[in-house]
Write a protein of this length. Structure first.
Length: 190
């Protein structure tokens, strides 16, 4: 996939893989950076839902989390073999060692790190996250964040979301950070 800026044509050399908690903005920011970079955007949750013709909630309810994690790993492996683009992953995907290995081999992992209160404000009204259908959803979210953060921190790049930043502002800042972190991420072709 190519992107043209003036007379310059650049090619994305490996996937940009967004990881992090539910509500961190992976899909929203991912969609925007893919549009700016003119590369494909895929969302592992959406791909799982399309393949199963069921929602994530229905998959968890009918087949359980273990089944979902197996589908998630299969979908990720497929997406990672495609044309380099932006891939948004479900919040638990990075917790599987096999997924981390595959992502590292095929892409640049980016942890979208976000303030816990901001995460909570974004997910509290939604009923689409089966892991948060508990008696104390905020407590569950904070526990998952505490458990997962040290593993998320293994990502190649950490992007800290700022409260009040628009999607567009975050996307522009992330692209600048990506370029600085890996000057070889884009290859110029004339
Ligand atoms: C999950 C996050 C969800 C989805 C599933 C499990 C998790 O994706 O994959 O509900 O384990 O954190 P988002 O991070 O896109 O909400």
């Amino acid at each position: 996939m190519r992107l043209t800026g003036g007379r310059m044509t650049k090619r994305l050399m490996r996937h940009i893989v967004l990881i992090g908690m539910m509500g961190a903005g992976k899909t929203a920011i991912g969609t925007d950076i893919a549009r700016r970079l003119q590369v494909p955007f895929t969302d592992s949750d959406a791909e799982i839902e399309a393949a199963a013709a069921m929602t994530i909630t229905e998959i968890f309810a009918r087949d359980g989390e273990t089944f979902f994690r197996a589908r998630e790993a299969q979908v990720l492996a497929r997406l990672l073999t495609g044309t380099p683009g932006v891939i948004s992953t479900g919040g638990g995907a990075w917790m599987q060692a096999g997924n981390r290995t595959l992502i590292a081999a095929n892409g640049m992992s980016v942890w979208l790190n976000c303030d816990p209160e901001l995460l909570w404000n974004r997910v509290r009204q939604r009923t689409t996250r089966p892991l948060l259908q508990t008696a104390d959803p905020k407590g569950t979210l904070l526990r998952l964040l505490a458990e997962r953060s040290p593993v998320y921190a293994e990502a190649e790049l950490e992007f800290v979301s700022h409260e009040g930043d628009s999607i567009e502002r975050s996307a522009a800042r992330l692209i600048a950070q990506l370029r600085a972190a890996d000057p070889g991420l884009f290859k110029e072709t004339s």
